[in-house]
Design a protein around this ligand. Structure first.
Ligand code: ADP
Length: 274
């Protein structure tokens, strides 16, 4: 009889503990939801006026300006662009955090995507006297996937390669990996001859807000969100992401995402609007 009472008491205690734990979990889930909703609202509020500022700045640059005026307006444009990229990262981060980011499945031409992405970062590379090289690969078919999210990963890799290199080439390529008839992956790689990363830092870079060290942060700026967003995007697209590096020699970043092969369309370039 005493055994039974003891057993009941223990069961009651386990039940109480479980209830308490589940209440705690629910409270923390609510806090996460509130936090990401707040971030999404703030990002939205900042993005709307910033888009107006950027639009008007670009319009101003189309008009005849003195050299001095042009250089000042270009500075405003660069600062605005940086702010917009930071806000977009925060918005994406909060969307992923809240499980609200949806992956598209639309037809796209990977060749066209690569050309547009390189065009977008070319100016930044040229300013640092870096050469952007598209490593030759077999021609790719039309694919089905999320071209904007694939571009986002590539742009993140390329911007980092430019940011953390002082000389040399930056190469980029895309290729199709088909491990079986049932699955195909789009594989992308960006390599640089920049400052490189210590082996023990490599894995941590894909965690949110991680940067190699505080002095790097001060020297190079950035939020430390880009690679963690890229990793989550690759995973949401049924793939993975990775990097290898030799400190002082350079780094290679790669991703692999699941795609469909669009057999109904000929392999002609379609527009990818970034
Ligand atoms: P951010 O560039 O905004 O700091 P990321 O998540 O894109 O954020 O990158 C995180 C960190 O990874 C960078 O701060 C940098 O320390 C390191 N890193 C990323 N790419 C490279 C690269 N190509 N070469 C050297 N370090 C890199």
């Amino acid at each position: 009889r005493q055994d039974e009472v003891g057993l009941m008491a223990r069961a009651l205690q386990v039940f109480k503990d479980t209830m308490q734990r589940s209440e705690e979990l629910e409270a923390s889930a609510q806090a996460v939801k509130a936090k990401s909703e707040f971030l999404a609202n703030v990002s939205h509020e900042v993005r709307t006026p910033l888009n107006a500022i950027m639009g008007l700045t670009r319009l101003t640059l189309k008009h005849p300006l003195s050299e001095d005026q042009r250089s000042r307006v270009e500075k405003v444009e660069r600062a605005g662009q940086h702010l917009l990229e930071t806000i977009n990262d925060l918005l994406d981060f909060s969307k992923i955090d809240a499980g609200k980011l949806r992956i598209e499945h639309t037809p796209f031409c990977p060749q066209q995507l690569l050309s547009e992405v390189t065009l977008l970062v070319e100016q930044r590379a040229r300013e640092k006297h870096l050469t952007l090289v598209q490593a030759p690969q077999p021609e790719l078919p039309q694919l089905i996937g999320d071209p904007l999210r694939v571009s986002q990963i590539l742009i993140n890799f390329l911007n980092n390669a430019i940011k953390f290199s002082n000389s040399g080439n930056i190469y980029v390529f895309l290729r199709l990996d088909t491990p079986s008839n049932a699955e195909s992956y789009l594989y992308g790689e960006v390599g640089d001859q920049g400052i490189g990363i210590e082996p023990e830092q490599l894995e941590r870079l894909f965690l949110p807000f991680e940067q190699v060290d505080a002095s790097t942060t001060r020297q190079y700026g950035g939020t430390g969100l880009g690679l963690s967003i890229s990793r989550q995007l690759a995973e949401l697209m049924g793939g993975e992401i990775g990097a290898s590096s030799q400190p002082g020699k350079g780094s290679t970043f790669w991703f692999r995402v699941r795609v469909g092969i669009n057999t109904s369309e000929p392999a002609t370039p379609g527009d990818v609007i970034l």
